[in-house]
Write a protein of this length. Structure first.
Length: 208
């Protein structure tokens, strides 16, 4: 594999369609309506706190405690809108801190994933096979993907450069289609490893 010389890349060239903003995902969960009502009461609806990068998605005002065999994580944000199935997404550091051995998966792949307990102000949910460590991934609309000649589920590499560190992540899956908007999602462990912050840019490099 031939590595790029990052000193020759202009990470400020906004006209380059292969540059992508870096979004850093803190621990969070998506929730089903049934589990939401168990945790917060009958007929509860999520209340929007702030919009997210993906169209129609938002950080909710509501938070829960996530418990594992060795401890708990408090004030974990729910992301809306509600989904068909509850899904808990933790960084590896978060999962290990509370004793959960969560598999590294693409969002939505919950088969044989890890268990946890969700604690809300009105109730408790035993979440069986709901916990994953999400792999880094890219979101692109159909038009954005066409500009880059990228298709849904293509694998690409992403190079980045912070003030103090440079690096790359390889074989990043692209999720393309309606409801997606250009963004590169990594978790807090990956961001800390390369000292990246929200709004930093990465360069998409397609596989030959």
């Amino acid at each position: 594999m031939k590595l790029l010389d990052l000193d020759k890349i202009d990470f400020t060239d906004n006209s380059n369609p292969l540059l992508i903003g870096i979004g850093i995902s803190n621990k969070h969960l998506h929730i089903s309506q049934a589990d939401l009502e168990t945790l917060f009461g009958e007929c509860c609806q999520l209340n929007q706190k702030s919009a997210l990068s993906q169209p129609g998605q938002f950080a909710a005002m509501e938070t829960v405690t996530i418990a594992g065999p060795k401890g708990s994580l408090e004030n974990v944000r729910i992301l809306g809108p509600v989904r068909k199935e509850t899904q808990v997404e933790l960084a590896q550091t978060d999962a290990r801190r509370i004793g959960i051995e969560a598999p590294v998966r693409l969002s939505g792949d919950l088969a044989d994933s890890a268990d946890c307990v969700l604690i809300g102000p009105k109730g408790i949910v035993t979440a069986k096979a709901k916990v994953i460590v999400p792999i880094p991934h890219i979101h692109l609309s159909d038009e954005q993907a066409r500009q880059m000649d990228i298709a849904d589920q293509d694998l690409v590499d992403v190079y980045f450069k912070s003030n103090t560190k440079s690096g790359a992540l390889f074989n990043i899956v692209c999720r393309v289609g309606k409801g997606h908007e250009k963004d590169f999602h990594i978790d807090t462990d990956e961001a800390n490893a390369f000292q990246l912050k929200i709004g930093d840019l990465g360069l998409i490099v397609k596989h030959e």
